[in-house]
Design a protein around this ligand. Structure first.
Ligand code: F6R
Length: 614
């Protein structure tokens, strides 16, 4: 949700800002803007729409020898996606600029006060109030750091900001509260960014800012202080083990396709070193919870949003089956606002690719207040959730840039399956032989997916010719594959804009079956598992009503090809691991349909990755 990037150093700033924005564009693409300081003036460019529109405007100025600036890519919250609402926003004089990610909740009240003092506003955004507020505070004392601090004490809401002022042209001030912000450091330069990929071409040494902290950056020098009392903080520098090429397309047409194909490696990276193949012993050293604590747990609450919530639904089946602890799964935006029956015997687990999703973060904060221990399954090292939880299980999927989550999802499943085995091990609910068999099957699934991917892509790109113009789709599955039906529908709607719904196959007859006619494609997940016969009966019901069936089933199951011509066969794997395999054709189906319809696969409309607003 909005990306910000800033640089102070000895190199030309504009190419650095544009490169950083390119790597943050997945966070929002309603408008983009940048500002740099030159000859004691601030020079600002803004453009509606994608970054390419901004690049077209600033191109000829790339040679300008400025070494300090800020950039922004916007996901609109307050105010339409116009050039006038694009960041950076300025004060009345045009000498102070602000870029912002978050929401200033009391902006209306502040705006009224500032207008009464004579400030003139030119945008519909909440952000502009920050520029005017800091301008107002500068009247007291011509000191940017003091003015930003004073302004932020009056502000309610979430923000990651970067501020430049022509009065102190060598200084960049940044601050955060409830929106992500990371600093990059190098010998001759300092950087700020909403997310690590923006920094990877320049530095891998980073400092994570916490809520209510601000940073004052110069050319290779910086200080960090508390917003509330100005006290200075010494913070550790972390080394990121991602590299810049991991966030490139590497010859693939889209990041999403590249990330689909990276799944076998992402799963292996997540599992590797955590299972001893000879014994099946599972080791999760970062889990941060000792055996006694895990033994005392009598309930697990899984909290997540979107695709990560689908991973949680699958984990519920696994944990309840193998560990026997009751598991509740909540959408984080619901969990955070209802009466929570969690206590010190509950383990709350946040599942999040980004580790910054506002609702999930708020959910684990509430659970922690009620005494629950908190674990995070997360892909981004150092993200807010990982720092606030008692323990972490990192998924090692590498940077996920495509807005539609793919490799992060299958890596979450791998991590959650590992967690299931680990809990089974500590609580002695899985015997060692079974645990070893399950663990080795998890390792093997990566190889199975790697083998099947090219064939599936070829078959699906041919199959979609008959379906890509459909207006609606249904996805159905039972048991572990019900969440995959939900995930298949989500993938399709978010990138192809086709209306799609996922249902538990047994639920169709309670209403949705009324939708089925000869126009309605229904994707049914029918592996030969413990509920196979039940699912096949549901498929027959759909066929009887002339629904257009696409079946994902087990190789050798000839009955399926009597039901429809459109069957995608998948190898027979251990039932528990079917979700990792069956999600692959669902992802490819969505990808190929969206691509065929000419949709912007990596940057679907209205969406952004890392949802840091409520
Ligand atoms: C869908 C998708 C989203 C995210 C959701 C949670 O493809 O990517 O539904 O899964 O916004 O994001 P994280 O996992 O970062 O908390």
């Amino acid at each position: 949700m909005c990306g910000i990037v800033g640089y102070v150093g000895t190199r030309r700033v504009v190419p650095i800002l544009l490169e950083g924005l390119r790597r943050l564009e997945y966070r929002g693409y309603d408008s983009a803007g940048l500002v740099y300081s030159f000859d004691n003036r601030l020079v600002r460019y803004r453009a509606k729409g994608k970054l390419a529109n901004l690049e077209a405007v600033v191109d000829e100025y790339i040679g300008v020898a400025s070494g300090i600036g800020l950039g922004h890519t916007r996901w609109a919250t307050h105010g339409a996606p116009t050039e006038g609402n694009a960041h950076p926003h300025t004060d009345c004089t045009g000498e102070l600029v602000v870029v912002h990610n978050g929401i200033i909740e009391n902006y209306n009240a502040l705006k009224k006060e500032l207008m009464a003092k004579g400030h003139v506003f030119t945008s519909e955004t909440d952000t502009e109030v920050l520029a005017h507020l800091i301008e107002d505070c500068l009247k007291e004392k011509r000191d940017l750091v003091a003015a930003v601090r004073a302004a932020l004490t009056l502000v309610e809401g979430s923000y990651a900001i970067g501020v430049l002022w022509a009065g102190e042209p060598e200084l960049l001030v940044a601050a955060r509260n409830h929106s992500p912000l990371v600093m990059g450091v190098a010998a001759d330069a300092c950087y700020i960014a909403s997310d690590i990929p923006a920094l990877l071409p320049f530095t891998r040494e980073v400092i994570f800012l916490n809520d209510r902290e601000m940073a004052v950056l110069g050319r290779g020098t910086y200080t960090i202080q508390q917003i509330d009392d100005g006290s200075e903080l010494a913070k550790p520098v972390s080394l990121i083990d991602w590299n810049a090429s991991m966030a490139e397309k590497a010859g693939f047409r889209h990041f999403m396709l590249k990330e689909i194909f990276e799944q076998p490696q992402a799963i292996l990276n997540t599992v590797s070193g955590r299972i001893v193949p000879d014994t099946g012993f599972v080791d999760l050293p970062e889990i941060g919870l000792d055996y006694a604590t895990l033994d005392a747990i009598d309930r697990i609450a899984l909290v997540a949003c979107g695709t990560s919530w689908h991973a949680a639904l699958i984990a519920k089946y696994w944990i309840e089956k193998w560990v026997g602890i009751p598991v509740e799964v909540d959408i984080a935006s619901e969990f955070r606002y209802r009466r929570l029956l969690v206590d010190e015997r509950t383990l709350t687990i946040a599942i999040s690719q980004s580790g910054e999703t506002a609702d999930t973060l708020a959910g684990i904060r509430r659970a922690a207040q009620l005494g629950s221990r908190v674990l995070t399954v997360c892909n981004v090292v150092g993200s807010t959730m990982t720092r606030e939880a008692d323990g972490v299980i990192y998924t090692h999927a590498g940077p996920e840039i495509g807005v539609a989550s793919t490799k992060a999802f299958t890596s979450q499943l791998a991590a959650l399956f590992l967690l299931t085995l680990y809990l089974g091990q500590t609580r002695k609910t899985i015997d060692p032989i079974t645990r070893k068999k399950l663990g080795l099957s998890l390792i093997d699934i990566a190889e199975v997916i790697a083998t099947e991917l090219p064939r599936l892509q070829t078959e699906i790109s041919a199959l979609i010719e008959g379906y890509y113009e459909a207006k609606d789709f249904l996805f159905v599955g039972r048991g572990l594959n019900f969440p995959i039906a939900l995930e298949g529908a989500l993938k399709l709607k978010e990138i192809s804009y086709i209306h799609a719904e996922g249902y538990a196959a047994g639920e169709l007859k309670h209403g949705p079956i009324a939708l089925i006619d000869r126009e309605m494609p229904v994707v049914a997940l029918v592996p030969r598992d413990s509920v196979y016969l039940k699912t096949v009966s549901n498929v027959e019901e759909i066929k009887a009503r002339q629904g257009r069936l696409v079946l994902f089933g087990t190789s050798g199951d000839e009955h399926l090809s009597t039901l429809t011509d459109d069957v995608l066969y998948l190898p027979d794997v251990m039932e528990d691991l079917n979700p990792l395999l069956y999600t692959i054709p669902a992802q490819l189906l969505a990808y190929e349909i969206a691509n065929r319809r000419g949709c912007d696969v990596d940057q679907p409309r209205n969406l952004a990755k890392s949802v840091t607003v409520e």
